[in-house]
Design a protein around this ligand. Sequence first.
Ligand SMILES: C[S@@+](CC[C@H](N)C(=O)[O-])C[C@H]1O[C@@H](n2cnc3c(N)ncnc32)[C@H](O)[C@@H]1O
Length: 506
Amino acid sequence: MDDVRKSLSDGTSRHERSSIGQFLTSVAIARFMASLFERQKKNVSILDAGAGAGVLFAALVEALVLRRHRPLSIDVVAYENDRHILLELKETMERCDTACKEAGINFQGEIRTEDFVAAAIAQTEEGLFAVQGERFTHAILNPPYKKINGQTVTRRLLDAAGLEVSNLYAAFVWLTVRMLKPGGELVAITPRSFCNGPYFRRFRFALLDMMSLRRIHVFESRKKAFRDDDVLQENVIYHAVRGEQKPKHVTVSSSEGADLEKVSSRSVPYRDVVLPGDRDVFIHLVKNNDDDRVMDRMRSFSTSLDKLGLDVSTGRVVDFRARAHLRRLPEEGTVPLVYPCHFQNGFVGWPVASGKKPNAILSSEQTRELMVAAGYYVLTKRFSAKEERRRVVAAIYDPHRIEAPLVGFENHLNYFHARGQGLSANLAKGLALYLNSSLFDRYFRLFSGHTQVNATDLKKMCYPSREQLMRLGAHVEDQMPDHETIDMILKKECENDGQEIGCKES
Ligand SMILES: C[S@@+](CC[C@H](N)C(=O)[O-])C[C@H]1O[C@@H](n2cnc3c(N)ncnc32)[C@H](O)[C@@H]1O
């Protein structure tokens, strides 16, 4: 199998492969994935959607052949629409055939060169006259990762089938799940991005509804899962069984890289992976005892933003769209424009004359709706590098430091407001302190694998009560305390032992 991978890497250039979402799985990961299937079946039917050179189904066939109780028959259906890879795929299929014959197992392999999305939709169509297509006992996949653009045939097909997904990988997994028999098993490797956020909500919901999630494996290091390729996503592998009751526990494991030499693994209550009552069904990855402690400590906070009378929005000034109205320095008729570069010691320091970003925006009829009335606001950066110490970084906009009737927040920021207006000074300070705490940051990382901090994610978080926030705010004077002090303050003022984790809406 190593030969297969090597010959492939030589055949198609890295750039080409990336543009068609073709990141190939290493043999070590393929074998690890194959080892996650649990059930004994006499007659096995395997689906590999987006099979590439076939490393995944080959690893599964190998594992089944090596079992003490071998199946009587194995059928493989592999979908792959890149003709450059078909020769290798055919060779892999032939090797599986030989291995099975030698082991006395009936083998049938079929390569389908058509588009998997169209084929699978046709196979799983529901309705009065629909004929049920084939169903599988096993599915193993590493689907293509690609945004689905608005005007494509794929988009139209998916919309018509009611599959609301923004990335091809989610469409592949969703359709694969539909093609499993009851009790059929799925093992997939995909980006972690589906675990949270609004774009994958419908997919998460369908996945967790149709499947019983048994295992999630997290790669701690972003580059290591696909060492040879330029994949910057955090990947997860998951194992789930079609149509069974939700398990009481999910096995969550992690490894530093792709060699899987040191896998640490633990059993986590299902209710800590998907919180009861969470309408967005975020998937939390509680990997170790430290993460457990973070979950426990978060139980002290149960107030929703809504209950606090607050909301969080994304900054309205998209600078490249408003270019004609931007000014490098403040001048007559302008108001402050705030970017992440204005964050200084937990407050907005404005203007920054030495920076590359504009400091001001013209105030006119045209730009009025991009601005908010002066007041205390809490801002967070929307983007951070994974390697940065903090995912969540907050600063306070203090209207007494910056004299202006209006202010514009740029689109790289989220801002917390009280139904469009500013907050009280103490509330803003307390909220910024909470957002800058290690606890908030660590909890955020349990469900968010990407470096973006969306307003929707912040909306979902639980917060201290108004009284607690006010008490926290009293500790903030001219600048935000350092991280250690913030954590001490939070512990002293707010934390107590536990209720169920999750916020109360009212
Ligand atoms: C991420 S690669 C994984 C390949 C292989 N499963 C592996 O793990 O090495 C995804 C594969 O899906 C194929 N693919 C992309 N779109 C497809 C489609 N619409 N139908 C069938 N295959 C597709 C690509 O050519 C690519 O080989």
